[in-house]
Design a protein around this ligand. Structure first.
Ligand code: ZN
Length: 159
């Protein structure tokens, strides 16, 4: 991930401190994803707990996993971002680089909440062997962003 660009996410971000902390962990590659845990010499199932088809890495979990793609697809649709290339990391990266602009600010909140939600889904699947339906997760993300954004931003979302 392009570090300098992504660092802008921490400033200019109105999401909750807890969500921002997860973003900070992602930016610094500190989240204990399975690929990292295995590099520490701990033997555990390498597969992503959400799709069970590929190795869990930061890149996979937050961008290429079907679970993450479904979330980004819906957010891109809502924000009217062109995701026809299907590379959500590119769309997200360019949107976040405009964090100081109005639309970018709103997207940064969506991004932060989504990353937090994906991480919670992953933990819930690993530790409780259950996770929420993607539609429920999306509703939760929309609700949380809507309660923290300004009236103008909320109107933009509803337009
Ligand atoms: Zn996966």
């Amino acid at each position: 991930m392009e570090r300098v660009r992504w660092k802008r996410l921490i400033c200019n971000n109105y999401a909750t401190p807890k969500s921002k902390f997860i973003i900070w962990m992602v930016l610094h590659n500190r989240l204990p994803t399975v690929d990292r845990i295995r590099r520490w010499g701990i033997n555990c199932d390498a597969r992503c707990s959400l799709c069970r088809s590929e190795e869990e890495s930061l890149q996979h979990l937050f961008f290429s996993c079907d679970n993450a793609s479904a979330i980004w697809r819906e957010i891109c649709r809502l924000m009217r971002f062109d995701d026809s290339g299907g590379l959500y990391q590119d769309v997200i990266s360019s949107a976040c680089s405009q964090a100081r602009k109005k639309k970018g600010k709103l997207f940064v909140m969506f991004f932060t909440k989504s990353v937090h939600a994906i991480w919670r889904q992953r933990n819930s699947q690993i530790f409780r062997e259950s996770c929420k339906d993607t539609n429920v997760v999306l509703r939760d993300i929309f609700f949380k962003v809507a309660t923290r954004c300004t009236d103008v931003e909320r109107r933009r979302l509803l337009m």
